[in-house]
Design a protein. Structure first.
Length: 310
């Protein structure tokens, strides 16, 4: 049996082992990992409701792909507490600063609140980052800042050999046994609980599975895009320039939001955002760290300064 065959079998077993009576919430992003976990959920014959979180900075081709090829996936609109739609543009103004690698406030509202109160399936993989290697397992339970729940998770981690604590205070379960199932049942209704069936898959295995099973995927991958997340996300690094070249309307929208942000900062009596920054376009160049601004300093130094001014 090949390595991929073994991993497919293990992923299906994970999905079957933790299936809740009411079914999973499948967090669908439209990317390569999402189409794989959706196909695996179908192969495992587990019940699920799939939804896509519309962030307002989505690649248009990705949204069209989801609507065409995955019409069963519900489109979920993030909302503010007052019921209005949460978008990147109004969040930048509200937070009085752009999203950065260190201040990723947008993720919490636009993405991470997705699936609360449900046992969720995600396409998280260790191969994507060292942080995920440390913080994610076959099952991940997150307390989200509640001290009582943090203590509860610590007690659970101490009481079972199947669990270990994460740097952020959650626990990960890397064994699909009865003890792990007990912990999941105990936690998932009150804490954010994620089942990550392809946690140990490599990129090449994801693509091998897609091709072997004739699974359709977003055509942006064939155009050289390696990441199909939010357009302009600081975590995309050097790929952001290619994103804005492909979708220049998003660049304009960010600049407009930065202009509004600067006006609100001035109205609130805050200190200048950063040295020599006077308009949204200059904020954009600071944010991209593209060297266009005269005397542009290191991005992370500017981030620290900007955060102290808030």
């Amino acid at each position: 049996m090949s390595t991929l065959d073994e991993k497919v079998k293990a992923s299906i077993q994970r999905l079957k082992a933790f299936e809740p009576e009411e079914g999973y919430a499948l967090q669908f992003s439209g990317g390569k990992d999402s189409v794989v976990i959706k196909a695996l959920a179908d192969m495992a014959n587990v019940k699920y409701d799939a939804s896509y979180r519309l962030t307002s900075v989505d690649p248009p081709e990705l949204v069209r792909f989801i609507k065409k090829e995955h019409s069963d996936v519900a489109i979920d609109i993030p909302r503010n507490k007052d019921g209005s739609q949460a978008t990147m543009w109004n969040m930048i103004v509200k937070e009085r600063m752009p999203p950065t690698r260190l201040a990723r406030y947008c993720c919490e509202t636009l993405k991470e609140s997705h699936g609360k109160g449900k046992l969720s399936i995600t396409g998280v993989r260790w191969a994507e980052s060292t942080r995920r290697k440390n913080d994610q397992g076959a099952v991940t339970i997150i307390h989200e800042g509640n001290k009582k729940k943090r203590r509860q998770l610590a007690e659970l981690a101490d009481s079972t050999d199947s669990a270990s604590s994460t740097p952020s205070g959650g626990i990960v379960l890397n064994y699909d046994n009865d003890e792990s199932q007990r912990v999941v049942v105990q936690c998932y209704r009150t804490m954010k609980t994620l089942v990550n069936p392809i946690i140990d898959w490599e990129d090449k295995e994801v693509w091998e599975f897609i091709r072997a099973n004739g699974i359709k995927y977003c055509g942006l991958y064939d155009e050289g895009f390696h990441r199909l997340g939010c357009v302009g996300c600081p975590m995309a690094g050097k790929h952001r320039s290619a994103q804005f070249a492909r979708w220049p309307t998003y660049k304009i929208a960010y600049i407009h939001a930065f202009d509004r942000m600067l006006r609100e900062r001035e109205r609130d009596g805050l200190k200048p955002f950063a040295p020599n920054i006077t308009n949204g376009e200059e904020v954009y160049h600071w944010w991209m760290d593209d060297g266009i601004l005269p005397g542009q300093t290191d991005l992370f130094t500017d981030i620290d300064n900007a955060e102290r001014n808030i």
